[in-house]
Design a protein around this ligand. Structure first.
Ligand SMILES: NC(=O)c1ccc[n+]([C@@H]2O[C@H](COP(=O)([O-])OP(=O)(O)OC[C@H]3O[C@@H](n4cnc5c(N)ncnc54)[C@H](O)[C@@H]3O)[C@@H](O)[C@H]2O)c1
Length: 256
């Protein structure tokens, strides 16, 4: 049986992706900074699954993850869903509220971590065309952030500038990886959610939340299930000729 590794698998979106991949027949490794929540998510999945706890932006920890999963089964799916999106007491952090250590922490979690996990696990993925990587990017990858809270265009996105930059850097790495891993027949794609109702957004001020939902043509926040649908498609055989793509899951929030 093949293995699907979901980083951030104990989080709101990651846990739903883990469940979806388990339902699709994968054995799942739920990997997360929080070992207890990772264990709990794995235990609730139907069938035999595993968990891994540790900071996946730390290379020795990533090497340990690679060793652990290598002993279990070939990894055919990696979903990089681990990430952080720091908020302030008033919601979105402004540029003047971000210092060097805040910037580095976000780049480490959202860019360095997925890069390390992808490169280490790709070394042991099968080269028969069955393996793929899906990064959870963000609408902020292309739109950056900022703008007026009553804006329609450019849209007001309640993520901070360092978050947007970290996801843009991950997207750029994804493009290189899709080309460099293509000879090994490993596909690398991304899903770019818009505004998803999760714990990550719980500190957004009510006014910001209303402003965002007003901008979304489909008139609602997304759900982790909406994101999991896109991940399942990109990770699976029906996407066998798709690599380097980004699938927007945002209710039409992003202008063409
Ligand atoms: N919620 C949204 O609106 C939204 C929008 C766009 C993109 N995203 C992205 O989707 C992904 C999941 O977000 P979520 O809303 O489920 O957030 P969440 O906070 O519920 O989950 C994130 C998970 O990542 C884990 N994590 C963070 N840093 C880690 C590290 N260094 N090593 C291992 N695990 C780590 C956390 O412990 C947490 O369980 C993130 O990458 C996020 O940036 C979310």
């Amino acid at each position: 049986m093949s293995l699907a590794v979901v980083t951030g698998g104990a989080g709101s979106i990651g846990a739903v992706i883990a469940r979806r991949l388990a339902d699709a027949g994968h054995r799942v490794c739920v990997a997360d900074l929080d070992p207890d929540r990772a264990r709990a998510v794995a235990a609730e999945l139907p069938g035999e699954h595993v968990s891994f706890g540790g900071d996946l932006s730390d290379e020795p920890t990533v090497i340990e993850l690679a060793r652990t999963v290598d002993a279990l089964a070939p990894v055919t799916v990696l979903v990089n869903a681990a990430g952080i999106s720091p908020k302030g007491p008033a919601g979105k952090l402004e540029i003047d509220e971000i210092d060097a250590s805040g910037l580095m922490a976000v780049l480490r979690a959202n860019t360095v971590g997925p890069f390390l996990v992808s490169t280490h696990l790709a070394r042991q993925m099968p080269t028969d065309g069955t393996a793929s990587i899906v990064n959870i990017l963000s609408i902020a990858t292309r739109m950056a952030t900022g703008g007026r809270r009553d804006a329609v265009f450019p849209p007001f996105i309640p993520s901070a500038s360092h978050y947007a930059a970290s996801k843009a850097a991950l997207h750029n790495l994804q493009v290189s990886m899709c080309r460099e891993l293509a000879p090994r027949r490993i596909r690398v794609n991304g899903v770019a959610p818009g505004f998803i109702a999760t714990a990550m957004n719980r500190n957004i001020a009510d006014g910001e939340r209303a402003s965002v939902v007003r901008q979304i043509p489909l008139g609602r926040a997304g759900t982790p299930e909406d994101v999991a649908d896109a991940v399942e498609f990109l990770a699976g055989p029906r996407a066998s000729y798709i690599t380097g793509a980004v699938l927007d899951v945002n209710g039409g929030w992003l202008p063409a």
